[in-house]
Ligand binder design. Sequence first.
Ligand code: AMP
Length: 279
Amino acid sequence: MNVFYSQKELKKALVPFQKSIGFVPTMGALHEGHLALVKQSLIENERTVVSIFVNPTQFNNASDLEKYPRTLESDVMKLMECSKEIIVYAPSVLDIYEENVTSESFNFDGIEHQMEGKFRPGHFDGVGTIVKKLFEIVAPKNAYFGEKDFQQLQIVRKLVKNYNLPVNIIGCPIYREENGLAMSSRNERLTIEARAKASVIYKTLLEVQEIFGIKSVKEISDYVNEVFEKEGLFELEYFTIAEENTLETLENIDNQCKYRAFIAVFVNNIRLIDNISLN
Ligand code: AMP
């Protein structure tokens, strides 16, 4: 399997596969959720490129960036088990940003100010910056993103539309652990107790799905707040029901629109997010 650390070498290797590349951008510490995206890309494209890069400009919290798991060797092994033909791009910060480790400023028509944007200032400028750079380097035909980070998926769709980028964005379903916890590289840092009890997040989202359209948005939000107050271990950062395209908080249900519930919680200083489709 080919692992490239420099964009120059990667670009050279990709010349024969132009217009037939599937691309899966990741920050590594790969789990089954990532591998599902990779497997879909392997089926749908002649060559698959997986990038592994912990992008500093999308972290608004220095300790989160520092503690983010970096496991390149085992990531490469996992990818090799999927297919020896995968091309890995694992650049240094210097290879991506040279001496200028800063974000470009983006206008994503307001969706960047909702939810994650509110609680992680600058996060989506960092995401937009790295995704745009990676698309320029890899020049994929198709790029795969998880619905686990649904707001990010919509941001990337906006990026592609606003800049007229020649790439199809493919959203993939959320992969979960057996107890329902959405798979995440950050789960590795949870204690055994927190990991077991984290089933409350998905369980609550399923309950929200059940009562959506029956109870008012306020009643649903109060219920979710109550669950996490009683539970004690998890601190609710936000719970929002929003329209899928604008990501604006739901006020009155419009039957033509699709809605999702979004949640972010903290446990042992680790931040977990999840979401569920409601209609
Ligand atoms: P990350 O390494 O966390 O930046 O994630 C890389 C890609 O994998 C993103 O498009 C994520 O949305 C996606 N991803 C992460 N976790 C999951 C999951 N549990 N299910 C599906 N996709 C995921």
